[in-house]
Design a protein around this ligand. Structure first.
Ligand code: DC
Length: 227
């Protein structure tokens, strides 16, 4: 079973996708981690992110390996574990320049399709999450979900993640980062409105378990309707 999940930051996409994969006993692919890994690789090698040709070449050449276990997804470059290094503020700030490089996207999209096929062969299925999985990377996935949440709910969640709290000051600091990034990302892919055939799951009023249950319900409905 191939499951594609898209959504903006703070929608709960990553943690919900992992839990769905665990519940179904299949593998997981975080495609945002690929954009982050490429950013890390370029920064590490001194490749100028404004040098579009060099970044495109790096997208093909980087020795990236991702572990697909949803309980412990890993990101390795050669044999170096960069799972944590790709979450630093430095990478988070720089990743937009990579993700909005239009020639990088088809290269990573091809790597994503290959990774999804390999994981599905190995584990019987895959949950892949990102911004353009339901529309560009895997428009023919068995299940396609757009995970959304109100801006207020997304900011509250991200603020708690980043600052440990969601008071007015922390939310304001988070807003700057999140709203700017989503605006830049949405110039590349449409992840705020569901495309045809994509089911929207709004998690604004759901807790984590409720969000996972809502996505699993879509999976069950789709499986029941399959010929
Ligand atoms: O989901 P994330 O924050 O780890 O994503 C990192 C960056 O990559 C972010 O700028 C959005 C972008 N991205 C993308 O353009 N397409 C995807 N399929 C996944 C992520």
């Amino acid at each position: 079973m191939i499951i594609a999940i898209d959504g903006p930051s703070g929608s709960g996409k990553s943690s919900v996708s992992r839990a769905v994969a665990r519940a179904l006993g299949i593998g997981f692919l975080d495609t945002g981690a690929m954009y982050r890994a490429l950013t890390w690789w370029c920064l590490d090698r001194g490749i100028d992110l404004a040098d579009r040709d060099a970044v495109v070449a790096a997208a093909s050449a980087m020795p990236l390996r991702q572990g697909s276990n949803p309980a412990h997804p890993t990101v390795l470059m050669d044999d170096v574990d960069i799972s944590e290094a790709i979450r630093t503020t430095e990478v988070t700030t720089a990743v937009t320049a990579v993700a909005t490089n239009p020639r990088v996207r088809p290269v990573l999209q091809r790597r994503q399709r290959n990774a999804m096929a390999a994981i599905a062969r190995e584990t019987g299925g895959v949950v892949a999450e990102g911004r353009d999985i339901t529309t560009v990377v895997a428009p023919d996935a068995d299940v396609r979900v757009l995970l959304t949440a109100s801006e207020e709910a997304r900011l509250r969640r991200r603020s708690t993640e980043l600052h440990g709290q969601a008071d007015a000051g922390s939310v304001a600091a988070t807003r700057d980062q999140i709203v700017k990034r989503d605006a830049a990302d949405s110039t590349m892919s449409q992840f705020t409105v569901a495309a045809d055939g994509v089911t929207t799951v709004d998690t604004s009023d759901l807790d984590f378990d409720g969000s996972v249950a809502a996505v699993l319900a879509v999976v069950r409905r789709t499986a029941a309707a399959a010929p």
